[in-house]
Write a protein that binds this ligand. Sequence first.
Ligand code: GLP
Length: 274
Amino acid sequence: MFGYFSAAKRFLKSLSSGRRPGDRGRLIVRVVAREEANALVAAEIAALIRARTAAGKPCVLGLATGSTPTGIYAELVRLHREENLSFANVVTFNLDEYLPMGPEEPQSYHRFMHEHLFDHVDLRPGNTHLPDGMVPVGQVTDACAMYERQIREAGWVDIQLLGIGRTGHIGFNEPGSAADSRTRLVDLHETTRLDAARDFSGEANVPRTAVTMGVATILEARQVILMAFGEAKAAVVARAVEGPVTSAVPASFLQTHPNTMVVLDEPAATGLAR
Ligand code: GLP
């Protein structure tokens, strides 16, 4: 009974605040089956691409790697093949890349993007951008500044896709990353290196550093979509969505962003209290 009344009260309160039940702070949280999540997010991206194309304007996508977004890329490729979705007007910026990492190496994010998306749609080669994993350490600062400049000159990111690491990282912004951090060289957390070990046949082979867009760079996107699937992400999702905004959990900074949607499957949502 009490549960019913408090749920009803929450619902009415959410109506009066202009937000929908399920909203967390400024975050909009959707819990759906993984297939549905992929279709939902891909449809959102496709709608924006089509609207921009119709208006004769480019559409700037911020892209993520990892196992989480692969279904979205597969759905975007399907929309390209079967429903005429053209990427001719799309400009992309990826979040991050290991350093050092050659673009053809099996674990490189360059290669990942080609395999999952770039090679299967009509994106113009000059319109895709990833941090350079081969840049000499002495030139990283300049390369990062150039990446920021390219994003700015493209008119900033329209939709930024994000996964989340078990450390609470977005891109490779590990715990300790500041809200005003920019594209830069970072050290990878031990947990992140451990999680990547399967791709590198052992933790010893995982690079210790990477280049990542900063938290501030990510927060400049007009819209952010963070996705997480599976029980292994439940604890960190709860800290990011319902915990305090803190650099100890960089994903929690998304709570300060005006237009962020968090798309979870049931297992990833099990840690949420509200
Ligand atoms: C890597 C990437 C992140 C990604 C994370 C989670 O660390 N740099 O951008 O969000 O992995 O990966 P997965 O989606 O495989 O769980």
